[in-house]
Design a protein around this ligand. Structure first.
Ligand SMILES: Cc1cc2nc3c(=O)[nH]c(=O)nc-3n(C[C@H](O)[C@H](O)[C@H](O)COP(=O)(O)O)c2cc1C
Length: 375
């Protein structure tokens, strides 16, 4: 299973794990995969704390960091303070969200908690601009075990790519179309994460099965390709490698693990969600995110709903509401980014068990293929 990219990065398995949770990143990395910490919702100070903890627990192994560098965002928000960011959310939008929650009987957060959560969200969401991402990279580059940085929502700017390469860090970028991959490669990106529409989080329209061979062909030997979106089983890893990918990049599958950041209520919603209820909606960030369908996600689709705010403002508004919904344990209002594989997940397991199962299923898939080729 060890591919050329594994050798370059120093991991045993071509299983790359995207997670916002440091425990998942550590557990995957210790199990032989390559954990990547999603840093976009952290402030630089929080990121420093997370990376220091990962360094201490990862037994000297390499791992990665993922940032969001959007090509389209609210330019004013980029230099705004936390208070300014909050003030930039129009009263009409705030009222719409408050009314929704009030009518559904969801209590407001207690005063102290509301301020703490709001501050955390605002500081984190401020990192989702090019300048915000640069501040996160300043932190990541002081941690030598960070061997790869991946960016999402656009081609990373030249200064970012140059800086990462000067530090010997492998540069990756997400893509949802072969044209994006070509643009990334021309800018100097070395690893392309080809993410199909099945994926949880920001996602495009092309399915992984169609996208990966297109991106592999476009990249030739100029960049390694990772297949993302719809991968939670070893047979899907075999398929991805057969399509020419050098590994798989998974996100949703880790949400159901013991190590995941989700609490028991949230995991239970996840295990009850069917594949067809992982839908693409803009309510969470203002851009299309595949997430669990809920009354809250659907309310924003209504013709009377206000227009979506640009990044990062919609995210600030949505996440405050999300915190209220989680606290009130309201399943019918709960939406969280999740891909179509959510329908394949039914109970909690550990990261180690997920990786072990994936390896076994991969071998079974190879045996099935082997048997065919011998007939
Ligand atoms: C909860 C969640 C949050 C995500 N946030 C990000 C992000 O901040 N940056 C990013 O590059 N990808 C993000 N993604 C997408 C993942 O990196 C990955 O491509 C995707 O989860 C793969 O598809 P899968 O969900 O079918 O495993 C997120 C995915 C999930 C499930």
């Amino acid at each position: 299973m060890k591919t050329a990219l594994c050798k370059q990065l120093g991991c045993q398995l071509p299983i790359f794990a995207f997670s916002h949770c440091r425990d998942v990143v550590v557990a995957v990395t210790k199990a032989g995969g390559f954990g990547v910490l999603g840093a976009a919702t952290f402030s630089p100070e929080q990121l420093e704390t997370e990376l220091r903890w990962i360094d201490e627990h990862v037994q000297g192994k390499p791992y990665g960091v993922d940032v969001i560098i959007p090509s389209a965002y609210d330019k004013q928000a980029e230099s705004a303070s936390a208070d300014d960011l909050l003030a930039m959310i129009p009263p009409q939008h705030r009222q719409f969200m408050d009314d929704l929650l009030e009518q559904a009987g969801v209590p407001a957060l207690p005063a102290g908690e509301r301020e703490r959560i709001t501050r955390e969200i605002v500081e984190g969401r401020g990192s989702m601009t090019p300048q915000g991402a640069r501040r996160l990279l300043d932190v990541a580059l002081t941690h030598p075990q960070v061997k790869m940085v991946v960016s999402a929502l656009g081609t990373p700017p030249t200064d970012v790519i140059d800086r990462l390469r000067q530090h010997g860090v492998v540069v990756g970028a997400m893509c949802g179309k072969a044209e994006h991959a070509v643009r990334h490669m021309q800018a100097g990106v070395e690893v392309i994460v080809a993410q199909g529409t099945e994926a949880g989080g920001h996602t495009g329209e092309i399915a992984t099965m169609v996208l990966v061979p297109q991106v592999v062909q476009a990249c030739g030997d100029r960049a390694a390709v990772l297949a993302a979106g719809g991968i939670a089983h070893g047979s899907q890893i075999a398929a991805a490698l057969a399509l020419g990918a050098q590994g798989v990049w998974c996100g949703t599958v880790w949400l159901g693990t013991r190590e995941s950041e989700l609490d028991p209520f949230e995991k239970q919603v996840l295990f009850e969600t069917r594949t067809e209820d992982a839908v693409r909606r803009k309510a969470r960030t203002g851009k299309t995110v595949r997430m669990i369908r809920s009354q809250l996600s659907e309310a924003w689709e209504h013709p009377d709903a206000p227009p979506y705010l640009p990044t990062p403002l919609q995210g600030i508004l949505y996440n405050e509401a999300h915190a209220r919904v989680v606290r009130a344990r309201r399943r019918e209002l709960y939406s969280f980014p999740a891909g179509q594989v959510v329908g394949m997940m039914s109970e909690e397991s550990s990261v180690r068990d997920v990786i072990h199962s994936m390896q076994m299923q991969y071998l079974e898939a190879l045996e099935r293929l082997q048997a065919l080729s011998c007939e």
